[in-house]
Design a binder for this molecule. Structure first.
Ligand code: ZN
Length: 146
């Protein structure tokens, strides 16, 4: 069952996001990387913000990371999302990406138990037969008190 209600439609992928979408279909988290300067582009873009190159390829990453920040949504701007309230939106700082942050959702965790800095692992949320990346708490992470 998807994290957000079935009636919530995911926007279509744009042409320069095809590598991300292809990775999702294969359940592999792929990030766009500039082939000239080597920096990641997230979100994907036709041109590199650093060197203006239009050349890029797609690099698979582990999907491990930590919660950089998050919010709990308690008012649904989209009526379709009312049944999911309260739901979370997390920004995950991905390991091994030199600072790439991915906006997503954290599953299987009550809002009051989410904290900045928690370790997370990738989980594929199946929506209309399309796997989309979301996260769950890393069961192997050390428990941080305080
Ligand atoms: Zn570049």
């Amino acid at each position: 069952m998807p994290y957000l209600p079935a009636g919530f439609e995911v926007p279509p992928f744009l042409p320069h996001e095809h590598g991300f979408a292809e990775g999702c279909r294969l359940r592999e988290l792929r990030l766009q990387r500039c082939t000239d300067c080597g920096r990641f582009r997230q979100p994907p873009a036709p041109r590199c913000a650093h060197c203006r190159s239009n050349r890029s390829d797609w690099t698979a990453v582990s999907g491990r990371g930590e919660i950089y920040t998050y919010t709990i949504v308690r008012h649904a701007a989209n009526p379709v999302l009312r049944e999911a309230l309260p739901y979370n939106v997390v920004v995950v700082l991905l390991d091994g990406t030199e600072g790439v942050r991915l906006v997503s959702n954290l599953i299987d965790t009550a809002p009051e138990h989410i904290r900045i800095g928690q370790r997370v692992v990738l989980h594929w949320d199946i929506r209309d037969a399309m796997p989309l990346p979301c996260f769950r708490l890393d069961p192997d992470a050390e428990i941080i008190h305080g």
